[in-house]
Design a protein around this ligand. Sequence first.
Ligand code: CA
Length: 220
Amino acid sequence: MNRILLVEDEPKLAALVGDYLRVGGYVVDHWVDGLAVIPAIRQGQYDLMLLDLMLPGRDGLDICRELRGFSRLPLIMMTARVDEIDRLLGLELGADDYICKPFSPRELVARVKAVLRRSGEQPCNPGLELDARAFQARYRGVALELTPVEFRMLAALAVRPGQVLSRDQLMNHIYQDHRVVADRTVDSHVKNLRRKLEAVTPGHDPIRSVYGVGYSLEFE
Ligand code: CA
């Protein structure tokens, strides 16, 4: 049975969504406070999170940013802010889907099913472990000596295996101050990261370059 973490501070909406999900056969834990979310995920065994954007304590985008440093937990963002930027940013940060309020609980349950089905089909990252708090990465049991920039780059690629990220997208992930750097700067970080990964698996380089587009991480 799939376990869902529902993070929503509007009591009526949370109760309604919770009821529909339970009727749909899911086990639901409900949290209100944004500060409690990451510890709950680290302790609980969840299959999916439904995350409201505006929360007391800590907002959904901030939670999402930290989550994607260490986990690929399937994530659906729920938002009443309809402007395009927030929607895209939700996806940019690695949400699997989003739904705009007001929504029908029936539609939400359908989205949950679809995301869980997709996530079951995705390949995992064999042997890659990331600890976002300590900025430490291990690949096939070997600790990688990464700079913070390389670590963020690897984390951004690792949560979306097989998906190509453009240099601009990588830049947004690796520089928290939103600075803009030349494409060749990104390329040189990729080159260094690639060298460190390949040292662990000689002859196999998991970073794929897609000419004119960007990079993806692919494990065999
Ligand atoms: Ca809210």
